[in-house]
Ligand binder design. Structure first.
Ligand code: MN
Length: 355
């Protein structure tokens, strides 16, 4: 039994739909999300065919071209199914697939499901949406926020099953150990913003917890669509922990190594969390901004001084000064800077009143 899940996936019908047309695959090294389109249960047929085709065609050593070919094959199979009377004309599916080998990630993608990578610099989108609003955002015609509320936000410009010659985008990503890969349908990213996704991914202790937290966030936000989420911890090889050797010391060594890795991964997660946070504190009578978290954790300091400001604690309200003595934790550096700006304003307003 492993204490921490290296990968996990789950899907939920959501709160507004009668059935789930999403499908997903969690068979390391292969992971995929498909969001079926077409309604009347045809979407379910299309997404299931896409996932099944990948499972059959992709090998652990497949390269980018093999992966793209498997996606093309899935497209052809959906068309064949329609001609055989399974599903119905016009059915289709998105497909976002990732082949994860150590820190090397291959992605093939069609539609508006997404792959994200949480790395040392935060959350990055790996894929570009094949959607009307996605293209308008890239052209600068719409903002990300306008796209979220656009009436045509669900119009997809590329999907499997729609044309005989669908070409997937492929990406090769070199991740770092401790990074987290996220695959999801638009039932997640249509309901919650990227910064919320990032926050949840950063805080979750493992892949299983991340998947559960992301799903419930999408449902809390309204759950207007089927939602599917896969999270993979990069750099952890989910190989069988049972040693084949009967020798006890070898098994013990394995457990020791596993425990070390576990502690290492937990430290890394804490470190990643810490470096995105910020706090302000009174240091020598001056408000000082830090990245990280105040105090120390298991004897390790997780903070980096960012700025010694020109705001003197003595000029602030005594209650604020008292809080500053302890340090005030904030979500990120931007929030910390905002707070300092507020202090500055308070000080300058105070000085115009009292000569
Ligand atoms: Mn959807």
């Amino acid at each position: 039994m492993s204490a921490r899940a290296a990968y996990a996936g789950a899907t939920d019908t959501g709160l507004a739909r009668s059935h789930n047309e999403d499908a997903y695959l969690v068979e390391p090294p292969l992971f995929a999300v498909a969001d079926g389109l077409g309604g009347h249960m045809a979407g379910e047929v299309a997404s299931a065919i896409a996932i099944e085709t990948l499972r059959e065609e992709v090998r652990p050593d497949s390269d980018e071209e093999d992966l793209a070919e498997a996606v093309r094959r899935a497209n052809a199979r959906i068309a064949e199914a329609v001609s055989e009377g399974r599903g119905r004309f016009g059915m289709g599916t998105t497909l976002t697939a990732a082949l994860v080998r150590g820190t090397d990630i291959l992605v093939a993608h069609v539609g508006d499901s997404r792959a994200y990578l949480l790395g040392a610099d935060g959350l990055k989108r790996v894929t570009r949406d094949h959607s009307l609003v996605g293209e308008l955002v890239r052209k600068g015609t719409l903002t990300e926020e306008e796209a979220r509320h656009h009436p045509n936000r669900s119009v997809i410009t590329r999907a499997l099953g729609s044309r005989p010659d669908v070409e997937p985008d492929t990406y090769r990503v070199s991740a770092g150990p401790g990074d987290r890969l996220l695959l999801c349908s638009d039932g997640l990213h249509g309901m919650i913003r990227d910064n919320e996704i990032e926050d949840i991914l950063l805080r979750a202790p493992d892949a299983q917890a991340a998947v559960e937290a992301l799903l419930s966030a999408a449902l809390d936000a309204g759950g207007l669509d089927n939602v599917t989420v896969i999270v993979v911890e990069i750099g952890e090889t989910p190989q069988d922990a049972e040693g084949r050797s009967g020798r006890r010391w070898l098994a013990a060594l394995g457990w020791l190594l596993a425990a070390t890795l576990l502690v290492g991964a937990a430290c890394l997660a804490t470190y990643q969390y810490a470096r995105h946070r910020a706090y302000v504190i009174d240091e020598g009578g001056v408000v000082t901004v830090y990245r990280g978290i105040p105090g120390e954790l298991a004897g390790i300091e997780l903070s980096w001084r960012e700025q010694v400001t020109d705001v003197r604690t003595a000029d602030l309200h005594p209650r604020t000064a008292a809080r500053l003595a302890e340090g005030i934790p904030l979500d990120d550096l931007e929030e910390a800077m905002d707070l300092v700006a507020q202090y500055r304003l308070m000080v300058s307003e105070g000085s115009t009143v009292t000569p």
